[in-house]
Design a protein around this ligand. Sequence first.
Ligand code: PLP
Length: 374
Amino acid sequence: MPLIDLRSDTVTKPTPAMRRAMAEAEVGDDVFGDDPTVNALEERAAELLGKEAGLFVASGTMGNLVAQLAHLGRGQETIAGREHHLVIDEAAGHAVIVGTSIRSLEDRPDGTMDPAEIDAAFRDPSDPHEPISGLVTIENTHAHSMGQPLTAEYTRQVADIAHAHGVPLHIDGARFWNAVVAQGVRPSDLAGPADTVTFCLSKGLACPVGSLVVGTRDVIWRARRGRKLVGGGMRQVGILAAAGLVALSDGPDGTIERLAEDHTNARRLAEALSQMDGIVAAGGTAQPGLGPLDPKRVRTNFVLFKVQRDRAAFLEALRARDVLMVEYPHGQVRAVTHYGVTADDIETTIAATRAALAETSPRPVTPGSLVATA
Ligand SMILES: Cc1ncc(COP(=O)(O)O)c(C=O)c1O
């Protein structure tokens, strides 16, 4: 039986249309600006998000990093959520490479930070002791809150606060398209208030590699320099960009609209899990309190929960049934739906979860460490 791999949406394999486009891609040397497929992808991304320019980068981490390099100088500070990927899961690139600090605020269960706290987090620029506030970031969808999509209104509110302090807003939109589809909004409306947005092709959109950063021509030029600095200037990379153009295309080969299917599958999985003895809500940001899992909190493609079992033994019992889920911070288990996982696979997963629970002995849930996965 083939594996049902729910560890992450990063495990998606390219679609047949992507493989064809990659094989046939017209290429050039992208560092010279000569790769027509990369240029077309960057233009397409910018157009969709209503920005002037785009930049193709190797990963979401690199996208966030070059955006920080474009916006910030050494000794400046970024205001971000305590559990944002950029804060805890990017090997401290902000400190090591950008030379900046983070002022981290509480992430709320709806994936937002309190706007009043954001406003109060700005430093006093006239005080020589303090770092200089230089950037605000938000994460959309917000992973640790079980993939909550943030609204255009909230994005506007945060942008207004940042801009009133003369500081730009960056969106880590690793799963930006899940937020677009879940809310039925135009991508340009969701991206509009922000100065830069990173989004990933290599997650739910099913491309093998790559992310894009979009913004004004000027800021993308600076990001391009940053990309060179970190060794991210690639050459005949149209081979990879070709898959991205398929993902972002209108029509049946595009992979944006189909994200709705992943959201339906995630909700169905959560509904079934919520009925099982031994599965409880994740607690904390994912779902406050430790009651039953609330399937209504599943709005995109993440399901987070705790299992009243030895977690490793539970995951092993699932693996023995060809279903993979993954450990997530704070003692949670994560299942992520994506291209390649069908509604039938979800029914198989539900049966496998029941069997894995039956096979492992009950025990109380325990808190886990703050270590995350992609
Ligand atoms: C919210 C968020 N931002 C950024 C990233 C980084 O993406 P990548 O793994 O492509 O570096 C991830 C990866 O999972 C993520 O979940």
